[in-house]
Design a binder for this molecule. Structure first.
Ligand code: PXL
Length: 277
């Protein structure tokens, strides 16, 4: 059967993140992808001097009702950057009503990085995001988001005991599978830590110096694309890591391209890794 999934995140018209990254990557993974925009912004909020923001919260229940009347359902739901705390209840309603039985709900908290919440989010948003993440089948937090979701101290440098503590707290709160991104125990490497069915697997790879905007969204989209092609979570996590690394490789050194990564150039390798065609 041809698989149709739903992704819920914002449209940043410019900036190579959220939906403008998710759609092409999920299409490359051979998945029919329906979208529900959480908000429309002129550009993302990381590094530009300002932006427009149109909140689409109140469209969500109306769209859900239409989909219910049309019997439209989804084989998986993947959420990213959301537009308001209120929206989170509506997103939960959509997952409850439109995700097929046995389908997976994958939540990327997409609210913070480098020890800070993104502009526009507050403590109330974090509380709502906890509820969403702890109801999901798979979450993809970075260290900052995991610290926020567990009311823990954020640490820039850490060892295994810190990530074990975050993992334990996430599991105790109700997290199921955790795909922990940007886990770096040594200055020259970083990686992804996958916690599934009580097992802990770490994929370590080289770290490219510098911060690259939108890589969390590129990573999560590539992960969902691989996962929904029936790969195990750890295999999907590795493919997404290799892909994201290549995107960064193709972008670094281009100072004019500070706002995102050139994820388009690496799509051929991603498609090859999925062994689809
Ligand atoms: O990449 C995460 C993201 C998504 N959408 C918007 C953002 C950000 C990060 O800053 O601002 C609007």
């Amino acid at each position: 059967m041809y698989k149709r999934i739903l992704t819920i995140q914002d449209v940043s018209c410019v900036g190579q993140c959220s939906l403008t990254a998710a759609l092409p990557i999920l299409s490359a993974a051979g998945l029919e992808t329906a979208i529900l925009p959480s908000a429309v912004l002129s550009n993302h909020t990381g590094g530009f001097s300002g932006w427009t923001f149109t909140d689409l919260t109140e469209d969500m229940p109306k769209i859900r009702e239409r989909w219910e009347l049309e019997n439209i359902e989804f084989a998986a739901v993947y959420t990213g950057y959301l537009g308001s705390a209120k929206q989170i209840d509506y997103v939960k309603d959509i997952v409850k009503s439109r995700l097929v039985s046995g389908g997976r709900f994958i939540a990327d908290p997409a609210m913070a990085d480098n020890g800070k919440l993104y502009t526009g989010f507050d403590a109330n948003f974090v509380e709502e995001m906890k509820k969403l993440c702890f109801s999901a089948d798979i979450i993809l937090p970075n260290i900052t988001e995991a610290a926020l979701l567990t009311d823990s101290e954020y640490k820039e440098t850490y060892d295994r005991s810190y990530t074990d503590m975050l993992t334990e707290k996430l599991l105790k709160s109700g997290a199921k599978t955790i795909v922990f991104t940007g886990i770096s125990y040594k200055p020259e490497t970083t990686g992804v830590l996958v916690i599934e069915n009580g097992e802990r697997k770490y994929y370590e790879h080289r770290k490219i110096a510098g911060g690259f905007h939108g890589t969390g969204d590129v990573y999560a989209s590539a992960f969902v694309g691989a996962l929904e092609n029936n790969l195990p979570a750890f295999e999907a996590a590795k493919i997404a890591a290799d892909y994201t690394l290549e995107c960064i490789e193709k972008t670094k050194g281009d100072d004019l391209h500070w706002y995102g990564v050139k994820f388009e150039c690496a799509l051929p390798s991603y498609i090859k890794a999925l062994n689809l065609f």
